[in-house]
Ligand binder design. Structure first.
Ligand code: SF4
Length: 500
């Protein structure tokens, strides 16, 4: 029986007691354990929500709330297995998966179950969210798997179109039509993330990314040392990474960098020095970061170095010490999305198996962390908000990071504004308002409370003060209507506001 075939009528007796306790305000986790579904199984939260709906009670509990506290539901989809141009030493290789992914990772399991079909992956994920009572109005599509740029263009177009078809719940004639439908669909794609290598980033590639609706690029930096990159057979140089960052900025993409600790040839001291360069050097300064300490997976070529005793994973203590040193170095404008890879511990031959590593590290850093994720307002009521603007230099010019924060520096909304040197157009690279994902048009504590509009107005003003004639925005397909409502007009790849 599939998880959505659950029929509450078959468990009526157990459920009635359980739902009564729930409505009396008892803790859900405790009730689930006290009133199991069978001797070996507990009811899931999705089943409880289905039961509440079925028996006519109001559904006011949301399962797994953390997933959508950033205001948008993330939907991760994996591309089909396909050769990657990279030969990276640490990268796992499972022929049934796209390069670098494993069948036991959560996204991998879902992709395999849906035979890597983009429509089925998106539709299944939306169904899960709905079953858990999450609004799915605003979706961030995250496309993972090997190197996106190496997939044939015809596959890329089909893949993205089918993702949009699933969001739209209808089949369009072509990608353009699917995007058009999505502009006003119930589930709108407010962000689209693609994953590629620095050496594949060119003008042509980024124009293609925009055509697909991409707003964020995940890029494997891994190290800022050519020596370490060569030892790990990365096949890309620091100078290529530098150039990729510059181009990504020119095109306004949000940059999510992947950086690795414990690579072959490195050590904790070198790692700290390398990490510092990510933010001290204006050529890099990513907007988001995934920190991946190297773990040894059986199918990775790194097994050879391990067997020869040339590479060893850091001990748990070394790893925690390293993370405690580097996490406070991340500035206010960057979001650390992850500090470990989602590998199942059974896949790891050697390396970190502690899934709560982040929490362990954060507990040691009270009052020292500035990065965004740690400061997100989540479901607390926003009070005493004030606007804080951080200005920093990039390879392109200046960047302004505008953020609405509480007096405890919790972040409620932010906007990234790029002010490139010797250009006439400034660019909004990201606008994000935090708070639980709410249905479009409903009133929430933070979402829809006007912070977004306020930030856009501030960006227009800053563009004017700095003598730009236009303000562009790298809008997601599903946010085009929003920007039109604020006076932006459509261009081929961006939307614009006349400033002068
Ligand atoms: S480029 Fe990425 S996916 Fe390809 S081998 Fe290297 S790490 Fe793996």
């Amino acid at each position: 029986m599939g998880r959505f075939d659950f029929n509450p009528e078959n468990y009526k007796q157990q459920l009635q007691v359980l739902l009564l306790k729930l409505r009396q305000g008892e803790n859900l986790e405790k009730i689930l354990r006290r009133y199991p579904k069978s001797k070996t199984e507990l009811f899931t939260k999705a089943e409880i929500i289905k039961a509440l709906k079925h028996f006519g009670y109001s559904v006011n509990l949301i399962a797994k709330p953390v997933r959508t506290l950033s205001g948008v539901v993330p939907v991760t989809v994996l591309t089909k297995p396909y050769p990657c141009p990279g030969k990276c030493l640490y990268c796992p290789n499972d022929p049934q998966m796209p390069k670098s992914y494993l069948p036991l990772e959560p996204g991998g399991q879902r992709a395999l179950a849906n035979k890597f079909d983009p429509f089925r992956q998106v539709a299944a994920r939306l169904n899960t969210y709905r079953a858990n009572n999450h609004p799915v109005d605003k979706v961030e599509l995250i496309v993972l798997g090997g190197t996106w740029s190496a997939y044939p263009k015809i596959y890329q177009d089909w893949f993205i179109k089918r993702c949009f078809d699933a969001l739209n719940n209808q089949t369009a004639k072509n990608l353009y039509q699917a995007q058009k439908i999505n502009e006003t669909a119930t589930s709108r794609c407010v962000g689209l993330s693609l994953e590629t290598r620095p050496d594949w980033i060119t003008d042509k590639e980024l124009i293609n990314f925009r055509r697909l609706g991409c707003t964020k690029v995940q890029i494997g930096v891994q190290s800022l040392s050519d020596q370490i990159l060569t030892l790990n057979r990365r096949g890309a140089t620091v100078s290529q990474t530098r150039q990729a960052f510059k181009l990504l900025r020119q095109y306004g993409f949000k940059i999510q960098a992947h950086w690795m600790a414990n690579l072959y040839g490195s050590n904790p001291k070198k790692d700290v020095a390398d990490f510092k360069k990510l933010f001290s050097n204006p050529d890099f300064r990513p907007d988001e970061l995934k920190i991946y300490p190297c773990s040894l997976i059986k199918t990775a070529p790194l097994m050879e170095q391990f067997k020869l005793g040339l590479w060893r994973p850091y001990t748990q203590t070394q790893l925690v010490e390293l993370l405690v040193k580097i996490l406070p170095l991340v500035p206010d404008y960057c979001r650390v999305s992850r500090i470990i890879r989602d590998f199942s511990s059974s896949d790891i031959v050697s390396g970190n198996r502690q899934s709560n590593l982040r929490q362990l590290v954060e507990n040691k850093l009270v009052g020292k962390i500035k990065e965004i994720r740690f400061r997100e307002i989540r479901n607390q009521p926003p009070r005493n908000l004030f606007l804080k603007i951080i200005s920093y230099k990039t390879s392109l010019g200046r960047e302004k990071f505008l953020q609405w924060v509480t007096n405890k520096n919790q972040i409620c909304a932010f906007l990234r504004l790029s002010l490139p040197k010797n250009k006439t157009t400034a660019m909004i690279r990201e606008l994000h308002v935090y708070g639980p994902a709410l249905k479009l048009g409903s009133q929430g504590e933070v979402q829809h409370s006007g912070l977004g509009k306020n930030l856009v107005a501030k960006a227009i003003n800053l563009a004017k003060i700095n003598k730009y004639s236009r303000l562009a925005v790298i809008s997601g397909v599903g946010t085009r209507e929003y920007y039109r409502s604020l006076g932006f007009y459509d261009g081929r790849l961006y939307q614009y506001f006349k400033v002068g």
